[in-house]
Design a protein around this ligand. Structure first.
Ligand code: ATP
Length: 362
């Protein structure tokens, strides 16, 4: 049972580089919080400061209301699962899992019991005598998790634990971690750069950018109401499309000349151009001759490349007056070919509007 509170947490590395710029976050008891962001945004630094592997330059880290900034890693009652598993190659699975408990002087029969129970939970019971090199990648990752679980810590920290596994195994292990975490109800912080992994695992997501928190919320809150263009472009796959939208007479004029009536456009202080974000799955193709539904604007785009995915098809299109391709997610049964012209409808309630500073117009 643990809550974690970070208040104005900052980290300067000895070379003077500031990796964390005042992080304020609170993690609730039993929740799985995923920290996501591009390479170099400070995810690992944040996780390592929680673990006590990096010292905190300023600010407070509290576990259950107690300041732990100056506690050694071993005193924090936190277990970390690393990307490279960090197993001892010369030890059996049993001894790898038991190692931390032995070091703490846990009685032998207690170690036996906890390792056996955890091995059962992770489907490792038949592998306890093996060495790590005699295991598959997925099995090694489960041993690494087992080693964390037997310690019965207050908090789990996961540092990109699935990045060494192939795509299929990642999906399977992702489900296992989710199931396990829900069952054990241990407060967990999970770092990844993979937004799909982040969306599917998280109770709450923290999107980081340049050592700062861009936004924190449930996956669907971030998908439905991204606070900045950065979050909008990072969450969702394929990424959101961005178009220039010119306010005019209370409407928005789109690159291909379409006119969108949008309530936000009616109360703007200036007519400076805005950024309109629209997800590939929210562009609706119209049949030839079909009239535009009320309250929508039309985009006319030329298909440059078609990517059939089975259930869906992605069409990469060219939109007049815009450099970046427009990505459209179509139903897999929708016939579409290179050079086709698509008429696409945008509705105001699917359009995300951002100002010149990339902030959402709420
Ligand atoms: P990745 O996904 O690539 O692991 P990350 O988001 O985990 O990236 P960090 O490893 O936390 O990023 O690094 C954040 C920033 O801090 C980077 O610019 C990195 O170069 C810098 N950094 C990390 N460790 C040190 C260090 N020991 N000394 C100086 N700068 C560092």
């Amino acid at each position: 049972m643990a809550t974690l509170t970070l208040t104005q947490l900052k980290k300067h590395y000895p070379n003077g580089f500031q990796a964390l710029h005042g992080i304020d976050l609170a993690f609730n008891d039993g929740e799985l919080v995923v920290i996501v962001g591009p390479s170099g945004c400070g995810k690992s630094t944040l996780l390592r400061t929680l673990a006590g592997l990096e010292d905190i330059s300023s600010g407070d880290l509290e576990i259950n209301g107690r300041r732990v900034n100056d506690l050694e890693p071993a005193e924090r009652d936190i277990a970390m699962v690393f990307q490279n598993y960090a197993l001892y190659p010369h030890m059996s699975v049993f001894n790898n899992m038991a190692y931390g408990l032995k070091n703490r002087g846990t009685p032998k029969d207690e170690i036996q019991r906890r390792v056996a129970e955890t091995a059962e939970l992770l489907d490792l019971s038949a592998l306890l005598d093996r060495r790590p090199k005699q295991l598959s990648g997925g099995q090694r990752q489960r041993v690494a998790m087992g080693r964390a679980i037997v310690r019965e810590p207050q908090v789990f920290l996961f540092d990109e634990p699935l990045s060494n596994l192939d795509a299929k195994l990642r999906v399977q292990m992702r489900l296992e971690i989710r199931r396990l975490q829900k069952r054990l109800k241990v407060t967990s912080v999970y770092v990844t750069h993979d937004q799909t992994e982040a969306m599917t695992l998280a109770d709450r997501l923290v999107v980081m950018n340049g050592g700062r928190v861009e936004q924190c919320g449930t996956p669907m809150e971030l998908y439905d109401r991204p606070a900045t263009t950065f979050v909008a472009g990072f969450i969702g796959s394929p990424a959101m499309n961005f178009l220039t939208a010119q306010p005019k007479g209370g409407d928005l004029i789109l690159p291909s000349g379409g006119r969108l009536s949008h309530e936000k456009a009616r109360s703007l202080a200036s007519d400076a151009p805005l950024t309109l974000g629209i997800r590939p799955e929210h562009l609706v193709p119209l049949e030839a001759g079909q009239r535009m539904p009320a309250g929508t604007a039309e985009l006319e785009a030329r298909v440059e490349l078609v990517e059939p995915l089975g259930a869906d098809t992605l069409a990469y299109c060219r939109l007049e007056g815009q450099e970046a391709p427009l990505v459209v997610r179509l139903n897999g049964e929708h016939a579409v070919a290179d050079d086709d012209r698509l008429r696409l409808a945008i509705t105001a309630d699917r359009a995300h509007l951002f100002d010149g500073d990339d902030q959402r117009l709420s």
